[in-house]
Design a protein around this ligand. Structure first.
Ligand code: NAD
Length: 475
């Protein structure tokens, strides 16, 4: 753990193992932190806030630039750590490191654009100014599926705003966090500005984040259930929160779209990170008239995908995070098949050539998926593409919006009017129109409804860490 500028063990000396999900091998060991450790980290962050919050935007910016450059220098090492610990193919890990670094670069720049304003005051002898001040100490909780970019997406804007931070990474991927904190140390961030508490027992850390009076804000990325619970705790103490939660993205292909192009797009985005992404398409709505060529193209592409250890060449399907994740996928597929879905390809665990030592499920395409199936309602977080047919625009819009989630949605159509109608009517925070990758450090990322509160990235991302302060001056 990294507390107050020092690498340290847990207060009680406890540690836990980190395993490779591709083969079950132990790849590292980290401190198993608890309440005493997180309290020490919060104290350090609160002390550091006194001086860090007074630094100039230029000072903070130059440290973020330095961290960005170090990340780029160490890209390969970070990517290998990620593949070994989290499982995604090495090429995807490299892409994530770049995406993660982009947040440091973007917020190195945004630090210098924290503008205020002057407002005409009602009295002649009065002047109003408004400034943006850092909220204070931030508690951050991150998931395992994007174990580097989810860190920088919080840490970069928090530091740029003048906040200090205590981060608790997911128990499955603490090694990526350790490597990132070595970078922050080397970049020269002052002691206490960034603190890392690793643990395999997150609940006491979460409780401390929502109850400790020194924490001003909680930022969380993870499941909707845990997010709601933490948000309730934070509400009791009126702490600010940002929540990036689950998703259940619709992917809509209209009859005027090219079914082969759309199927190609789907195969690229659906199976990224083995489907373990909050913006992964989970309900694929295809117009009845083009369902056949769409499914044929999808099947041909998916059958060419190879599952295995992400360090090996030619692998596009890495392991799932753990046995529970494989069970969930299996349960959803079984339920769908029992209720009449057709397995076009996949539909089973991958057990051959040593894959039984890891947590693998074959990339799967299901056709004839209907509303009464579990997969229609539940976030899958696995490599399954369920195809549902539809016949008209109003019907598909209603179905797409009929979910408690509201993170990402995708639409394929060359009709500009329809594209605009869908962009404006879909109740999701991120809409890709003929585009499978509507994300970047410069763009606001976040969801509506039970997918979350607040935005990360873009201009919006830094405002999550700022407090608006009015000054009224009598002159
Ligand atoms: P999770 O909620 O189980 O875990 C996420 C984090 O919360 C981990 O660090 C975990 O240790 C921590 N946690 C769990 N219980 C806690 C508690 N009681 N107190 C404090 N912290 C606690 O989710 P997961 O399964 O690891 O991640 C997958 C979920 O994250 C999916 O639902 C996915 O959609 C979502 N996600 C959302 C985004 C987004 O930006 N919206 C990005 C990535 C993942």
């Amino acid at each position: 753990m990294f507390i107050n500028g020092q690498w340290c063990d847990a207060n009680d000396g406890a540690r836990f193992n980190v395993t490779n999900p591709a083969n079950g091998e132990i790849v590292g060991e980290v401190p198993n932190g608890g309440k005493a450790d997180v309290v020490a980290a919060i104290d350090a962050a609160a002390e550091a806030f006194k001086t860090w919050s007074k630094t100039t935007a230029y000072q903070r910016s130059s440290l973020l630039y330095r961290a960005y450059n170090l990340m780029i220098e160490k890209k390969e090492h970070l990517a290998v750590t990620m593949t070994t610990e989290q499982g995604k193919p090495l090429k995807a890990a490299r892409n994530e490191v770049q995406y993660g670094a982009d947040f440091l670069l973007w917020y190195a720049e945004e630090a210098k654009r924290i503008y205020g304003e002057t407002i005409p005051a009602p009295r002649g002898d009065q002047r109003f100014i408004v400034q943006q001040h850092p909220v204070g100490v931030v508690g951050a909780v991150t998931p395992w599926n994007y174990p580097i970019s989810m860190l920088t997406r919080k840490i970069a804007p928090a530091l740029a705003a003048g906040c200090t931070i205590v981060l608790k990474p997911a128990e499955a991927t603490p090694l990526c966090a350790v490597e990132m904190f070595k970078i922050f140390e080397e970049a020269g961030l002052p002691a206490g500005v960034v603190n890392l508490v690793t643990t395999e027992n997150p609940a006491p850390i979460g409780e401390e984040f929502v109850s400790n009076p020194k924490i001003a804000k909680l930022t969380f990325t993870g499941s909707t259930n845990v997010g709601k619970m933490l948000a309730q705790g934070a509400a009791a103490n009126l702490k600010r929160v940002s929540m990036e939660l689950g998703g259940h993205a619709p992917f809509i292909v209209f009859d005027d779209a090219d079914p082969e192009h759309a199927a190609k797009g789907l195969s690229l985005v659906k199976f990224l990170n083995t489907g373990q992404a909050c913006i992964s398409p989970n309900r694929i709505f295809v117009h009845k008239s083009i369902a056949e060529p769409f499914i044929d193209t999808l099947q041909a592409r998916v059958q060419r995908m190879r599952g295995g250890n992400g360090m090996d060449d030619g692998i596009s399907i890495g392991p799932l995070v753990g046995p529970g994740a494989v069970d969930k996928v299996e349960r959803q597929v079984k339920d769908a098949v029992e209720k009449g879905a057709r397995v076009i390809c996949g539909g089973h665990r991958l057990m051959e050539n040593g894959l039984d030592k890891g947590h693998f499920y074959a990339p799967t395409v299901l056709a004839d998926v209907r509303e009464d199936m579990l997969i229609y309602r539940e976030e899958t977080f696995g490599p399954v593409a369920p195809v549902i047919t539809f016949e008209d625009e109003d019907e598909v819009l209603e179905k797409a919006n009929d979910t408690n989630y509201g993170l990402a949605a995708y639409v394929y159509t060359p009709n500009i009017g329809r594209a605009f109608r869908m962009y404006e009517s879909l109740k999701f925070g991120i809409i890709g129109i003929n585009d499978i990758n509507p994300t970047a450090a410069a763009a606001p990322f976040g969801g509506m409804k039970e997918s979350g509160l607040g935005r990360e990235g873009g201009r919006e991302g830094i405002s999550e860490y700022l407090e608006t302060k009015l000054g009224g001056f009598s002159i």
